[in-house]
Design a protein around this ligand. Structure first.
Ligand SMILES: Cc1ncc(COP(=O)(O)O)c(C=O)c1O
Length: 411
């Protein structure tokens, strides 16, 4: 009988711990009195349930069921390809089929990017903090991270430039890519200004480094006008190919479908498709059918308007409760996002939010994600991510009260 399995694990896997948020969320599932602001769940209140029931029925009707029950085309189904290509025109993105790969959600898109570009020890440039799931996906390939603190208007592009200049001066290896979430970044809710999107591209061309633009929240803007994606600016300004776009329907439609897509230069997409052949092969045909119907037959603008109205109310309420419960004297501050699902809270430096998390869950029945999980490289320990999309309004009010008491009582 084999006793020591870990000795046999690959070098990439042996110290790989996976997703810390997953373990955090597991801990919460067993407590019914707990209000969790930890997950990143959209609200079922805005799910298009009747439409999905109808699309399901149609997708399974007559002989259509034969293809639903079969393997699907590996890059993705034609109907979804057409619908996605059309959907991207809203952002003035024009792509051909060779520039598109259907993925089995955003996390799969990130995994493909990590596997495609990263060798052990390669550098990835990113914001501090950034999406924990991206770090988890990239970590499997054992890269190193160069992070720069994010600013109120998005990535610190000048800070990125300084780091690149320093590497160049020393004759070091350049990062393989820059990873950013320009719209309502997870975890901070911060959006990148148009000027910075342009500056990011300039940097990409100057140093010959691709940008990976992860874009799950773009349509969930509750205030102001939706800015062009970096991908779109690249096409317009540089007729370019420096950006790889990662998208998912999880936040704007429903996460249960696990469907998303990657866009980029044909050569990159072809290779990602080769990797998909090895790691997942198909994205379920049935799920693709529903997503194609969502994009092409359901009224997505109406759906987005509905989501925006719904989440805006929650965001407004939540920010109001934060204001009420955390006076200046508390030393607590937070971001004021214009969309998305999260805000980012900074507590006084002496508070370690990992420790606070256990107090919050065990004594106060409220949960958040400790901020350290969102750093590639050395973490900061006095932050937390709060989600405002999933809990009911009553729960949001109560959760902020509980959190304020927990922080106040913390020794
Ligand atoms: C920035 C970002 N990228 C990707 C994902 C992964 O999305 P999915 O749930 O479709 O795998 C998320 C999910 O929270 C996210 O916030």
């Amino acid at each position: 009988m084999i006793k020591n399995w870990s000795r046999r694990f690959s070098e990439n896997a042996v110290n790989y711990e996976g997703y810390p948020i997953g373990k955090t969320l597991e801990l919460l599932a067993s407590n019914p009195n707990l209000i969790s602001l930890a997950g990143g769940l959209p609200s079922p209140d805005v799910f298009q349930k009747a439409e999905v029931r109808l699309a399901t029925k149609r997708s399974l009707e007559g002989s259509r069921i034969d293809s639903v029950m079969q393997y699907s085309s590996i890059p993705g189904e034609k109907a979804l390809f057409d619908a996605v290509i059309n959907y991207l025109k809203r952002d003035k993105i024009n792509i051909k089929e060779e520039n598109l790969l259907i993925t089995t959600s955003g996390q799969h898109g990130l995994d493909l990017a990590g596997r495609l570009f990263l060798n052990q020890g390669d550098l990835v440039m990113l914001d501090r903090p950034t999406f924990a799931g991206a770090i988890v996906a990239f970590d499997l390939n054992r890269p190193k991270y160069i992070g720069v603190d994010i600013e109120d208007d998005g990535s610190n592009v000048k800070g990125f430039r300084k780091k690149l200049e320093a590497i160049k001066k020393k004759g070091g290896k350049m990062p393989k890519f820059i990873y950013v979430v320009p719209d309502f970044q997870n975890p901070t809710g911060i959006s990148m200004s148009v000027e910075k999107r342009e500056a990011m591209l300039d940097l990409s061309y100057e140093y010959d480094i691709p940008v990976i633009e992860d874009s799950p929240y773009k349509d969930l803007r509750y205030y102001g006008k939706i800015p062009p994606s970096i991908f779109s600016i690249d096409q317009k300004k540089y007729k370019g190919t420096n950006v790889i776009g990662l998208y998912t329907f999880s936040k704007i439609f429903c996460p249960g479908m696990r469907v998303g897509f990657n866009i980029g230069p044909a050569e990159v997409i072809k290779k990602m498709c080769n990797i998909k052949e090895g790691n997942i092969l198909n994205t379920p045909k049935y799920n693709q059918d529903i997503c194609a119907a969502y994009l092409s037959e359901m009224d997505i603008e109406k759906h987005f308007d509905n989501c925006r109205k719904y989440y805006k109310e929650k965001l407004k309420l939540f920010l109001g409760e934060m204001e009420k419960n955390f006076p200046k004297s508390s030393g607590v501050s937070w971001t004021k996002p214009e969309g998305g699902l999260f805000l980012w809270v900074t507590v006084p430096e002496h508070i370690d939010t990992e420790k606070l998390f256990y107090e919050a869950v065990e004594k106060y029945n409220v949960a958040f994600v400790p901020g350290w999980q969102f750093y590639g490289g050395k973490p900061a320990n006095n932050h937390m991510r709060l989600n405002f999309s999933y809990s009911s309004k009553e729960q949001l009010v109560e959760a902020v009260k509980r959190l304020a008491k927990c922080i106040k009582d913390h020794k």
